[in-house]
Design a protein around this ligand. Structure first.
Ligand SMILES: *[C@@H]1O[C@H](CO)[C@@H](O)[C@H](O)[C@H]1NC(C)=O
Ligand SMILES: *[C@@H]1O[C@H](CO)[C@@H](O)[C@H](O)[C@H]1NC(C)=O
Ligand SMILES: *[C@@H]1O[C@H](CO)[C@@H](O)[C@H](O)[C@H]1NC(C)=O
Ligand SMILES: *[C@@H]1O[C@H](CO)[C@@H](O)[C@H](O)[C@H]1NC(C)=O
Ligand SMILES: *[C@@H]1O[C@H](CO)[C@@H](O)[C@H](O)[C@H]1NC(C)=O
Length: 323
């Protein structure tokens, strides 16, 4: 059995949110206002708590009881990184490395979103079962380069005791059995390499806007519009056509930078991208390394679009608040 990484996780969370929900439902019971302003100080929202959780994450990809199952095979067999593979996971989280007390489960998907290394886009929830954390959860969206010693992924939210949480996860591989591992590494790649390719589509594929179509992307981020200009990072992740009436994509991306002091830091983006609109805005939901606890937004504007090849150059303006 391949039991892979360990997660060490540091997060901040706030404990005073029952009040918000309560007040909110009172308000909605009395009136039919869609929204109103609440005073954070009255609710004691200033106090933040910093917690550290530590557990082992078991990603079992083979054997009789795998906890990770491939749901999409890579569209191109020639890809050494399995670019385009998507797996659904329900991985046990335990206190000790070997089978020991279960403290929660990691549920979600990971997808191979790099054409050149074993880089996974992780979109998952940690559902805890232990003590006061039973029933509380944390959401993680980030990039996991499985061969690195330490990988960092942003915590982008939480529920229960972890409402309003933000923070980061650090994962270190404790034990990796490459025979049953799911990724291979090889140096040669040949042929034309598109940076995005379709991995799934709707069962009834008659939508004029491709509703249901899912793409996997590993796209260069450059300083200037031309592809050969200086590479400053990569955008890796999934986008999916999520509107039945217009070209409107759900974007689940990790932007990883390679430039100067930002080298190795990343930002996670989760948002809506109506690609035919002039300017689109998507939230930054977390970050790693220099962008730890980061938040903000990106603005995207199409710079160039070729309606024959469908290739596009999009200008991104990133605004991020971090420590
Ligand atoms: C990939 O390889 C498998 C097994 O070798 C083969 O059955 C399948 O048709 C190939 N798929 C593509 C897209 O080439
Ligand atoms: C966690 O909560 C569930 C539902 O409330 C309960 O059934 C279960 O026994 C609890 N588990 C632990 C370990 O406290
Ligand atoms: C797509 O097919 C479904 C079922 O066959 C049909 O109900 C629907 O109207 C079709 N939509 C379009 C845009 O053609
Ligand atoms: C970024 O960091 C990697 C790994 O530490 C290093 O190999 C690479 O040369 C760095 N790139 C730049 C542009 O500094
Ligand atoms: C592609 O763009 C050209 C020039 O803007 C336009 O004339 C043509 O109709 C477009 N083709 C499609 C299929 O949209």
């Amino acid at each position: 059995m391949a039991k892979t990484p360990l997660g060490t996780l540091i997060l901040t969370s706030d404990f005073l949110f029952l009040f918000i929900v309560y007040t909110f439902s009172l308000a909605t019971a009395k009136s039919h206002h869609f929204s109103r302003t609440l005073s954070p100080t009255n609710l004691g929202l200033k106090k933040e708590k910093l917690s550290h959780l530590h557990f082992y994450f078991h990603d079992i990809v083979s054997g009789r009881n795998p906890s990770a199952i491939k749901v999409v095979l890579p569209p191109n067999n020639a890809s050494s990184t399995g670019f385009g593979m998507v797996a659904m996971i329900d991985d046990p989280l335990t206190v000790k490395p070997e089978s020991s007390k279960l403290v929660g489960r990691a549920q979600g998907i990971y997808a191979s979103a790099s054409q050149s290394e074993d880089g996974l886009l992780m979109v998952m929830n940690f559902a805890f079962m232990e003590g006061k954390y039973n029933g509380s959860g944390l959401s993680v969206l980030g990039r996991n380069v499985v061969l690195l010693t330490v990988r960092e992924m942003p915590i982008i939210g939480g529920s229960g005791l972890f409402r309003f949480a933000r923070g980061y996860v650090q994962a270190r591989t404790h034990n990796y059995n490459p025979k049953t591992g799911m990724l291979l590494w090889s140096m040669m790649l040949k042929g034309h390499r598109p940076t995005a390719m379709g991995i799934a589509k709707a069962a009834i594929a008659n939508s004029s806007v491709g509703f249901g179509m899912m793409m996997i992307a590993d796209e260069p981020l450059t300083l200037k519009p031309h592809r050969s200009s200086k590479l400053v990072g990569r955008a890796q992740g999934i986008y999916a056509s999520a509107s039945q009436s217009e070209f409107d994509f759900l974007m689940v991306l990790s932007l990883t930078f390679m430039e100067g002091k930002y080298n190795g830091s990343s930002l996670s983006v989760l948002g809506r991208n109506p690609i035919v609109s002039g300017e689109r805005e998507m939230p930054i939901v977390g970050g790693t390394v220099v962008f730890k606890f980061g938040g903000g937004y990106v603005k995207a504007k199409t710079y160039e679009y070729d309606n024959k090849t469908l290739n596009a150059v999009v200008e991104y303006n990133v605004c991020v608040l971090h420590h």
